[in-house]
Design a protein around this ligand. Structure first.
Ligand code: ATP
Ligand code: MG
Length: 418
């Protein structure tokens, strides 16, 4: 008899599905043996099929004709959520595209379970949308609707950092007052939780959750900022018009630097406007590069190069973003210091949110005995430094960078549906 429930961590960048098998949480293989699936959807215009994950990104990068969608979670609760986007001759709502992705995860979950699965706990950031309760509630209900349309009947939600705490708790050997840090692609989420082997067995954990907070800052924001500061100037951003009276309008540069807005630059109207901008530009040669990037539909590939550079700067002090298109060849050098300067303000806001979480919990920083780190963006040296400096005495536990939340959601689903 299979347990017909699971946990889904629909992440901004990566997703996982957790289940309980033989009394233990584990992740379902989502793409080959891989337990993570990049949250990407590719509509292949050549064969008419829809692809997900690494395959989606790969097909797109191999110049197969089609449309790539990434960072879809960021659309929840925003004005884009109710918009449709053109996929060849069809108009599809962004929420329906999220539905296709959730449906794909459900298929994998059911293959793993060997039968239908109608019960699910979906992870959610503490705030989908910062300081706007109505938009936040809307985001959750959009996600719920998407999951329901894919056949889930009983849908519960859990905060992502609480799920991470449940995973962490499986390994603790004594009581800890833990600060859980989950910095992902879209949001940074924190919770302060009392964990212990005994407490893990209790059904209701409300009393043990002292505080939860989140902020809409994550790795895709760092990608955008890095692109705007270090790459977009190579394409004409911040360069003046011929008459020297003003700079070129910023909006197309910002769209091209923002994962979920890249497709907005690929319209006939945008191209007409870009040619006009080129005509007015003092540095038409730079805007030409922009136009070629758009003509080659190279926006996602460029954003991926920027993300790759950011990740390289976790281990190295310098790197470059090198674009080698036939009519647009250039390289932008970026240093670790440059990255840190670029993201310092955002990291400061993240650290401020951690401080506020500690105040909400009504504990002193020195009461915190353990810090549990999960989420890809906790690898960033500046983020780690700033956060750990707030609780210097606590022991640091590095969790499964990409799997903790999914595993914890499975544990939560067991409590709710098991
Ligand atoms: N070594 C690294 N150094 C810096 N950043 C990294 C590293 N590895 C991954 N990242 C970043 O981590 C982010 C993805 O992390 P993760 O998979 O935890 O996010 P997510 O769960 O999809 O997002 P969210 O939880 O915010 O919805 C990406 O922005 C990626 O660039
Ligand atoms: Mg996450």
């Amino acid at each position: 008899m299979h347990q017909a429930f699971g946990g889904i961590d629909f992440g901004t960048s990566n997703s996982t599905v957790g289940v309980i098998r033989n009394g233990k949480a584990r992740l379902v293989a989502l793409e080959g043996e891989q337990p993570t699936l990049p949250s990407a959807v590719f509509f292949n215009f050549e064969d008419g099929y829809t692809y997900f994950g690494r395959r989606a990104i790969g097909d797109y990068t191999d110049s197969i004709e089609g449309r790539l969608m990434r960072s879809l979670k960021s659309v929840l609760g925003s004005s884009l959520a109710h918009e449709k986007t053109r996929i060849k001759a069809r108009q599809i709502g962004f929420i329906d595209i999220i539905g296709l992705f959730i449906g794909h995860l459900r298929t994998r979950l059911e293959e793993d379970a060997g039968g239908p699965v109608e019960n699910v706990v979906l992870g959610r950031p503490v705030q989908f949308v910062d300081d706007d309760e109505a938009a936040d509630a809307q985001a959750q209900s959009e996600l719920e609707k998407a999951a329901r349309a894919q056949g889930f009947k009983h849908i519960a939600f859990q905060f992502e950092p609480i799920a991470a705490a449940l995973d962490y708790e499986q390994k603790v050997t004594r009581e800890e007052l833990a600060l859980i840090i989950d910095m992902g692609g879209g949001t940074s989420d924190f919770s302060i939780v009392r964990v212990s082997p005994e407490r893990a067995r209790a059904g209701d954990r409300k009393e043990d959750i002292l505080a939860s907070r989140g902020i809409h800052i994550g790795g895709t924001d760092f990608d955008r900022l890095l692109s705007i500061a270090h790459v977009m100037p190579e394409l004409g951003y911040l360069s003046p018009t011929k008459d020297g009276k003003r700079n070129l309008p910023a909006s197309y540069f910002i769209d091209l630097a923002t994962w979920q807005r890249i497709n907005l630059v690929y319209t006939a109207r945008a191209m007409t406007h870009l040619r006009q901008i080129r005509y007015e530009a003092a540095r038409a040669d730079l805007v030409d590069r922009f136009i070629h990037v758009v003509e080659h539909r190279y926006g996602h590939a460029l954003a991926a190069l920027v993300e790759k550079a950011k990740i390289e700067l976790t281990d190295r002090s310098s790197t470059e973003v090198a674009v080698k298109l036939p009519d647009a060849a250039f390289a932008a050098a970026i240093t670790r210091d440059g990255l840190e300067t670029t993201i310092a303000r955002d990291i400061g806001r993240v650290a401020e949110t951690v401080k506020q979480t500690i105040r909400d919990a009504q504990v002193k920083p020195s009461d915190i005995t353990a810090v549990f780190l999960t989420g890809g963006s906790t690898a960033i040296p500046l983020a780690k430094r700033e956060i750990l400096s707030l609780v210097p005495q606590a022991s640091v536990i590095e969790g499964d960078m990409f799997g903790s939340v999914g595993l914890g959601l499975a544990l939560d689903a067991q409590r709710k549906f098991g």
